[in-house]
Design a protein around this ligand. Structure first.
Ligand SMILES: O=C(O)Cc1cc(O)ccc1O
Ligand SMILES: [Fe+2]
Length: 450
């Protein structure tokens, strides 16, 4: 089977879309006709309070083969049965600088299963806050080598932003399909049911990557301030699915798994929940190719803060302060004169979860931070270039230098303090020697003697 999967899309961040898989399925001029075309059922999914300001308000109308209400009772599911890594709770408080090598095949044993799909392969690294208060976030890695079938998952706790680092994923959602290869990411908003497939035959392929879950607001494009109306992520590059529905026959059991208040639940239906024939609205999953990001940076001297590379932000209650940002470090030209060009030494009032998605990252030696590796720098914990990067960047001849197209790193940056899961420290491949990359910087050499 080909791993190149293409779907039809519609484009534009936050647009009000209208799409139908059958002609005339979408009512014209109203949401709730007395009866819908084809005998479809109309259903609204609200992504914001009914009364949210118009500029924030998100909702979508679905026209489906059966109403979503038609399902069995919710049952509580032990994590071990379906998603062990959702049961790993942030318990460990540490300001220590942490780094993990890439997850790999060996991780399969962590889940106790030969076939690990996306849900089973989710592994919580850290968290802050509670879905109950609709405030906070969690960070995960995933590794999977199997597709979900005859089932779906939804997250009642918040939005999920998924960044595959290796191995393409296909998201079948109630609103349609999104193919998400490495270097792209997808956002599945709260409550939208979806299944994750590998782009090929299960068993021969795998995928790994990272996930950010936010419990309060939805993701937005950042303000561009003096940059102006263009640059960074352009709204038109965000792609949304078109309506697509399963023709499934009745009486085929279908499971829906649900994360609700950090617990796992399930219900059964007799049919696929991917039965939306048409929809219109602005509450929908979307994907983005990070190579479309148009970087803006210093073109004469000095190192800009990485906020210039913000792709999406999820605002906190404090103006200008993100609950979480997605930041990309894209391929680009590095041209600054008389400047230490890689990331500077710093201590930050935000938590930084770094992910190397491809190639090399300019603040770390390639062997210590290969593609698939991640690191966590807690609030006010000192970090920055390792010794090797420092040495070469202080000596390099400052010609214009191209950070190649094979490089891509990303960061989840949050104003919250995370609690780390014990499992992330004990079971993920933690680099126990990480902080040694900063030891042995010689004292400044030319102090005057007093
Ligand atoms: O720590 C990191 O590597 C991320 C980062 C990059 C940068 O260019 C400036 C600050 C920063 O936190
Ligand atoms: Fe940093």
């Amino acid at each position: 089977m080909s791993t190149e999967v293409t779907f039809a899309y519609q484009y534009g961040f936050g647009n009000h879309f209208a799409t139908e898989a059958l002609p005339g399925a979408l009512p014209i001029g109203q949401n709730n006709p007395q009866t819908c075309a084809y005998g479809l059922y109309a259903e609204q999914v609200s992504g914001t309070a009914f009364t949210a300001p118009r500029s924030d308000n998100q909702r979508t109308w679905l026209y489906r083969v059966r109403p979503s209400v038609d399902h069995g009772a919710y049952r509580s599911v032990p994590f071990a049965e379906r998603a062990p890594g959702l049961g790993y709770r942030g318990q460990v408080v540490t300001p220590e600088r942490l780094r993990w090598r890439p997850r790999d095949e060996a991780d399969r044993t962590l889940t106790g299963a030969q076939c690990t799909d996306f849900l089973r392969g989710l592994f919580r690294i850290g968290e802050s806050g509670h879905p109950e208060n609709r405030d906070g976030l969690a960070i995960y890695t995933y590794w999977c080598n199997a597709s979900m079938s005859q089932e779906a998952f939804y997250d009642a706790d918040g939005d999920l932003l998924v960044v595959p680092q290796q191995g393409a994923l296909i998201f079948q959602t109630e609103l349609g399909f999104l193919a998400v290869p490495p270097g792209h990411f997808v956002v599945i908003p709260r409550g939208i049911r979806f299944a994750v497939r590998l782009a090929g035959t299960s068993g021969t392929l795998s995928s790994r990557g990272f996930v950010l879950e936010v419990y309060n607001r939805h993701f937005e494009l950042p303000y561009l301030g003096p940059i102006g109306a263009n640059g960074c992520a352009s709204p038109r590059d965000f792609r949304y699915p078109v309506a697509a529905f399963d023709q499934g026959t009745d009486a085929t059991p279908f499971q829906v798994w649900c994360k609700f208040q950090n617990e796992l639940f399930a219900y059964e239906t007799t049919h696929s929940v991917f039965d939306v024939v048409a929809w219109h609205g602005n509450y929908a999953p979307f994907a983005y190719d990070l190579m479309r990001f148009c970087p803006v940076n210093a073109v004469r001297f000095d190192h800009m803060d990485p906020s210039i590379f913000t792709v999406l932000t999820c605002r906190s209650h404090e103006p200008g302060v993100a609950l979480a940002d997605l930041v990309v470090f894209p391929p680009r030209w590095s041209v600054q004169e008389h400047t230490f060009r890689p990331p500077y030494f710093h201590r930050n009032c935000m938590t930084e979860f770094m992910m190397n998605l491809a190639g090399e990252y300019d603040a770390k030696s390639a062997s210590g931070f290969p593609p698939g590796a991640s690191s966590l720098h807690a609030i006010m914990s000192a970090h920055g270039p390792d010794r090797d990067s420092y040495d070469s960047a202080t000596r390099e001849e400052l010609l214009p230098r191209r950070l190649p197209d094979t490089n891509m790193a990303a960061m989840f940056e949050t104003s919250r303090m995370l609690r780390i899961t014990k499992e992330a420290l004990d079971w993920l491949p933690l680099d126990r020697n990480y902080t040694a990359c900063w030891s042995g910087f010689p004292a400044s050499s030319s102090l005057p003697t007093v």
